[in-house]
Write a protein that binds this ligand. Structure first.
Ligand SMILES: [Ca+2]
Ligand SMILES: [Ca+2]
Ligand SMILES: [Ca+2]
Ligand SMILES: [Ca+2]
Length: 464
């Protein structure tokens, strides 16, 4: 389109020039003495030759204009223009790569360029010495023609005409570019003008960002939103590119909302976490033990408090403190019931010389032990042994009383010893008193006697 217009303009000028020359040639006389203005008859050559007005005319051009002789005339050209060879600007076409929509795309029109090296400026008279695009003013200078104002431009209706010195420019408004002579919307989205999301609109575009991003002040690029600044997490927050992540302190887990933290119920994980009882706490848990115990260093086991060692007991000085698992007891001083007499602080004896002692055990030894509730069976829990051995004697060990629940039995381990075996678990708290009897039989001297161990067993309430 542009070149068509130019071509037309050029052809038009050339045609006018050709017509002018033709006319001049036609009016040139054949006999050769009268020549048209600008030519002088040369007798030797017998023809009209050009007059160099620039040499012959004083002040052919005024001011800053320079005189250029032409065949049949001359031109006044501004010196600045003359020094720079007259060269039309090449119109800048939009580059379809990465447009800068802030600038419009324009078509620059300048006067037609001369076709050949030979000057072919229009033949002008001294009253019309202006280049195309300029018009002579009254003071003899040349004024730019405002083609936009005078409506003599060739911009199409989609374009905007901008007047320039000696020409004019057809420009597209911002956001449009010239395609096929028409200003068409630039599809900025097609050229990846937006970093993330793009919406093309006529004459413009708008960028937006994916969730988790915010549009930069350049309205094109997006930057990550640091969501952590708004403290969306109940505990820890990690900003990530396009999002964020919450984490929780130890003992908590992230709720399904992804931001809040809920306490872990460690107690529900395992029933073996604590030996006795588990108590869930925010962010943690703790083990507690029943009265009479303390929580061991490992935080989960229960250890018996030895009230007898700590002194934290109610026993009198006359009593003996006996510690057992989960408690203690105060043992009263030994009292031997007649006919028994006390021979030590834990033993009563019935003298053989005393007739009342006939058929009674010779000695009663008082012993105490503790036993865990529900202790696994069978378990050897107590040993007894004959302390004096008579030649020819043998010993029988048996449970004389207290074994009503049949939780115990005696197993003889040698001629002189036996072991008390727990055969059924006992559930505490309970106090079991067993009379363990050792019968001595000596057939040589026809002797039969017995001794008793009165064993008191404190069965604890708990299995530890
Ligand atoms: Ca657009
Ligand atoms: Ca982020
Ligand atoms: Ca917890
Ligand atoms: Ca205790």
């Amino acid at each position: 389109m542009l070149f068509e217009i130019r071509g037309f303009r050029f052809c038009s000028s050339a045609r006018m020039l050709a017509a002018l020359v033709f006319i001049l040639l036609c009016i040139q006389p054949g006999h050769g003495q009268v020549c048209t203005e600008g030519f002088a008859y040369d007798r030797r050559a017998r023809q009209c030759i050009d007059v160099d007005e620039c040499r012959t005319l004083p002040d052919a051009c005024r001011g800053d204009m320079r005189c250029v002789n032409q065949n049949g005339g001359y031109l006044c050209i501004p010196r600045s223009l003359y020094n720079q060879p007259y060269r039309p600007e090449t119109p800048v076409l939009p580059e379809p790569v990465y447009p800068d929509p802030s600038a419009g795309f324009s078509d620059t029109f300048l006067p037609a360029a001369p076709r050949s090296v030979e000057p072919s400026y229009p033949r002008v008279r001294s009253t019309a010495q202006c280049l195309l695009g300029y018009a002579p003013a009254e003071d003899g200078t040349c004024n730019d023609i405002d083609e936009c104002e005078t409506n003599s431009h060739h911009c199409n209706p989609t374009q905007v005409c901008i007047n320039t010195s000696g020409g004019y420019t057809c420009s597209c408004t911002e956001g449009f570019w010239l395609i096929g002579g028409q200003c068409q919307d630039i599809d900025e989205c097609r050229y990846g003008y937006c970093q993330q999301l793009c919406a093309n609109v006529p004459g413009s575009y708008s960028c937006s960002c994916n969730p988790g991003f915010i549009l930069n002040p350049d309205s094109r690029t997006c930057q990550d939103v640091d969501e952590c600044e708004d403290e969306p997490c109940s505990h820890g927050c990690f900003n990530t590119y396009g999002s964020f992540m919450c984490n929780c302190d130890e003992g908590f887990e992230l709720a399904s909302d992804g931001t809040s933290c809920i306490d872990l119920d460690e107690c529900s994980f395992s029933e073996f976490l604590c030996q006795h009882r588990c108590v869930n706490t925010p962010g943690s848990f703790s083990c507690i033990c029943p009265p009479g115990y303390y929580v061991y260093e490992d935080g989960r086991s229960c250890e018996d408090i030895n009230e007898c060692d700590t002194g934290n007991n109610t026993c009198t000085t006359a009593q003996v403190c006996f510690n057992f698992q989960g408690g203690y007891t105060c043992l009263n001083p030994l009292q031997c019931h007649p006919p028994y007499i006390e021979v030590s602080d834990n033993q009563c004896m019935c003298s053989a010389e005393n007739p009342a002692c006939r058929d009674k055990p010779f000695t009663i030894l008082y012993r105490h032990m503790d036993l865990s509730s529900g202790r696994s069976v069978p378990a050897d829990i107590f040993q007894m042994q004959a302390t004096t051995r008579y030649p020819g004697a043998f010993y029988i060990f048996q449970i004389k009383s207290g074994n009503d629940g049949r939780e115990f039995y005696m197993r003889q381990t040698s001629n002189v010893s036996a072991t008390l075996v727990l055969s059924r678990p006992i559930k505490g708290p309970k106090e079991v008193v067993l009379d363990l009897e050792m019968v001595t039989v000596n057939n040589v001297i026809n002797f039969r006697g017995s001794s008793i161990i009165r064993l008191t067993i404190f069965v604890s309430e708990h299995p530890f």
